[in-house]
Design a protein around this ligand. Structure first.
Ligand SMILES: [Zn+2]
Ligand SMILES: [Zn+2]
Length: 275
């Protein structure tokens, strides 16, 4: 018990330190290069701060069992020769392959959260943000996070690009999580930076802000980092100089965090959401 409390306290300290680093980076950048004029402490800022802590603690714990199962299954599905060949690849090649494979898994997981009504009940929480900034990245139902993260990781494990080692993440998984998490904060940020000729390769705030548009064209830009996946799968939308006029979703989502967490799992509440 004491061990759990200690680990929990250590996690909170580590997350607070990271939060401080993120605040130090993103608040000045959003002030210097703003897309919209808006307050730092915008609507539901504190709710999203709570999501920051919740979503950095809970999904990790919830993923231990399914990840172990996937790792076990992966060892029995892939030919041993293929897995040992992948293991000999240099780190950079494994990381590059992991980015494309993991992102493709994430793309489809994310797309399903929009197309399957049961999954959308959870994902709507992320889309209920009406003002965009870096912190919107953490605003998500923990089960939604678990689902899309699993979709990203399962192909990595099956192809042997990531190897679970006694519950700890290996170098490729750690790099993948680190880079995609930081990029996740960036693409939500209220900044007007564009990447010109490289926008097919690397996502920008504009690319992901269009994913959050309130009105048509909705259900575009599912990729987290690699927009060419949306081009391949026919869901790309990123005009050169335009930005969405309004963010959010028509699906009603409560402003109360407790309701946001419970509504998707309670059938009666879910019924009310559909009407
Ligand atoms: Zn989405
Ligand atoms: Zn988003």
């Amino acid at each position: 018990m004491e061990q759990y409390v200690l680990t929990f306290i250590k996690d909170i300290v580590r997350l607070s330190a990271w939060l401080l680093i993120l605040l130090t980076i993103f608040i000045p950048v959003e002030r210097l290069f703003p897309l919209q004029r808006q307050r730092v402490v915008r609507k539901e800022f504190f709710v999203d701060l709570l999501y920051y802590f919740l979503n950095n603690l809970l999904p990790k714990a919830l993923m231990i069992a399914p990840m172990a199962l996937v790792a076990w299954a992966a060892r029995h599905v892939m030919p041993a020769g293929f897995v040992s060949y992948v293991a000999t690849l240099p780190l950079w090649a494994k990381f590059a392959a992991a980015m494309v494979v993991g992102e493709t898994g994430f793309y489809w997981g994310h797309r399903w959260t929009h197309e399957v009504p049961f999954l959308w009940r959870f994902h709507a929480v992320h889309h209920s943000a009406e003002e965009m900034d870096w912190l919107v990245n953490t605003r998500a139902h923990p089960l939604d996070m678990v689902f899309t993260r699993l979709c990203g990781f399962v192909p990595l494990y099956i192809l042997g690009l990531a190897n679970p080692n006694a519950g700890a993440l290996d170098t490729v998984s750690l790099l993948f999580v680190f880079v995609s998490t930081l990029w996740g904060f960036f693409v939500h940020a209220n900044v007007k930076w564009r990447f010109g000729p490289f926008e097919w390769l690397l996502s920008t705030p504009a690319f992901h802000h269009w994913h959050h548009t309130y009105s048509e064209p909705i259900n575009k830009n599912y990729a987290a980092m690699l927009p060419f996946l949306d081009m391949i799968f026919g869901t790309h939308y990123n005009p050169k100089h335009e930005w969405p006029a309004r963010y959010g979703t028509e699906t009603p989502v409560s402003q109360n965090m407790g309701d946001q967490l419970l509504d998707p799992v309670l059938p009666s509440q879910a019924e009310a959401m559909r009407t």
